[in-house]
Design a protein around this ligand. Structure first.
Ligand code: TMP
Ligand code: MG
Length: 207
């Protein structure tokens, strides 16, 4: 029987280096002969993803609850494919997941518990890596971009919300280090967790 792949989630505020580090991690895992694929949320290519993209680029307006549910739907519509891939032995590195969903919407003022509900039942990650960077350091990296949430005040609140969501299973990575050192720290964390999980891998869990 094929051993299922791992569901590795990478979270953090904007500018923390998530996307760069996700690419590096996918490459490193592939080089070790581990069948790995990158997944990114929001997936802007689907119907829900196009609405999300337009909202983020400030080309359209949506009620805060409605956009929250769209982000969640964008994950739900991917779940069947992702669970099949995992069960076929593919490891997935996921750039943002439901934690971003809850952190951003609750930072805007929505009730935290309300925000959690639509994502209940999604696949549970095996590992959550949190790329930790202060908002001051994030801003020093050439400033935030032009998308809707890329503003200092909101990012500070988002970071506070992430801290409310964390649990013991989260691995904090100091993202203020050089790119190479972040890469090393992530690799060591993944390697240790992989060894730990290898003998004791459970069936896919749903939260
Ligand atoms: P990106 O910059 O990683 O493409 O993410 C787009 C923005 O959407 C980013 O500011 C975080 C935000 N976001 C949410 O508000 N809710 C979600 O569920 C996700 C996945 C992202
Ligand atoms: Mg962005």
């Amino acid at each position: 029987m094929t051993q299922r792949g791992l569901l590795i989630v990478v979270e953090g505020c904007d500018r923390s280096g998530k996307s760069t580090q996700c690419d590096i991690l996918v490459n490193s895992l592939q080089q070790k002969g581990i069948d790995t694929e990158l997944v990114k949320f929001p997936d802007r290519t689907t119907q829900t993803g196009k609405m999300i993209d337009s909202y983020l680029q400030q080309k359209s307006e949506l009620d805060d609850h409605a956009i929250h549910l769209l982000f969640s739907a964008n994950r739900w519509e991917a779940m069947k494919t992702l669970s099949e891939k995992l069960n076929n032995g593919k490891t997935l590195v996921v750039d943002r997941y439901a934690f971003s969903g809850v952190a951003f919407s609750s930072a805007k003022g929505l009730d935290l518990e309300w925000c959690r509900n639509p994502d209940i039942g999604l696949l549970t990650p095996d590992i959550v890596l949190f790329l930790d960077l202060s908002i001051d350091d994030a801003e020093k990296r050439g400033g935030f971009g032009d998308e809707r949430y890329e503003k200092r005040e909101l990012q500070i609140k988002v970071r506070d919300q992430f801290m409310k969501l964390k649990d013991d299973s989260w691995k904090f990575i100091d993202a203020s280090q050089s790119k190479e050192n972040v890469e090393k720290e992530i690799w060591n964390t993944i390697d240790a967790t992989r060894n730990l999980l290898q003998d004791n891998i459970q069936e896919l869990q749903f939260n």
